[in-house]
Ligand binder design. Structure first.
Ligand code: PNS
Length: 206
């Protein structure tokens, strides 16, 4: 598939946002290094809506496996958010893609992400950061999650430049208008898109 191998020996370009705010005399916001080496964390949670999963997501998951022993892919179930694929379908596609990767677990979550992360005994959330345009949303989410649970750290990883323009919405739109999404999504996703959407017609609703 041309994806990178999830080797665990090296640490790729990882950008850890540690956004404490300091006043002149106030060092209270410094993070206490109370645990062992941060890189010793064994598992991380990779959350998203994944409607559907793209090769950009796959790239981040495999990069995550170079750093962590286990990645829990957390698929948001949100009845209020319109989706092309049901939660069950979104999960099934990810499970099929990583069927031969025992270090990747796929779970559904609703409610707060930090509650899910705690329940799964993780401390790290991984998110992909494609471009500056992602930053504001991600910044808000990382800081809100930190507000909710200061023990949980958000780690941002850059996807391969090949996928830096990619997201699920663009894939759905291009496919529904008859464009090719080959190489941008795993084969199972292309197959499911074919079943769901008639190329040449924009019908992204349920
Ligand atoms: O694929 P997405 O849409 O970028 O994923 C966003 C997601 C699922 C990570 C985010 O919406 C989320 O964590 N939702 C759960 C609700 C929550 O915890 N909200 C507080 C943090 S802003």
């Amino acid at each position: 598939m041309g994806f990178l191998e999830p080797k665990k020996t090296c640490k790729p370009g990882v950008f850890l946002l540690t956004m404490a705010s300091f006043s002149d005399n106030d060092m209270d916001n410094l993070v206490e290094p109370e645990r062992t080496e941060p890189w010793m964390e064994k598992r991380a949670v990779y959350p998203g809506f994944f409607d559907p999963i793209t090769n950009g997501h796959v790239d981040i998951i495999l990069r995550g496996l170079r750093v962590f022993e286990k990645i829990v892919v957390a698929v948001l179930k949100n009845p209020k958010k319109e989706a092309l694929f049901s939660t069950k379908d979104r999960v099934a596609m990810i499970q099929e893609i990583f069927a031969h990767q025992p270090d990747i677990e796929v779970k559904v979550f609703d409610g707060l992400l930090v509650d899910f992360v705690r329940r799964h005994k993780a401390k790290i959330v991984i998110r992909g950061l494609r471009a500056v345009s992602d930053f504001e949303y991600e910044f808000q989410m990382a800081l809100m999650n930190r507000q909710l649970d200061p023990e949980i750290e958000t780690l941002y990883m850059m996807p391969s430049v090949n996928y830096s323009f990619l997201n699920s919405s663009v894939v759905k739109e291009v496919f529904s208008l008859g464009g090719s999404v080959k190489g941008l999504v795993p084969e199972i996703v292309e197959k499911k898109l074919r079943e769901k959407l008639k190329p040449g017609r924009l019908s992204l609703g349920k």
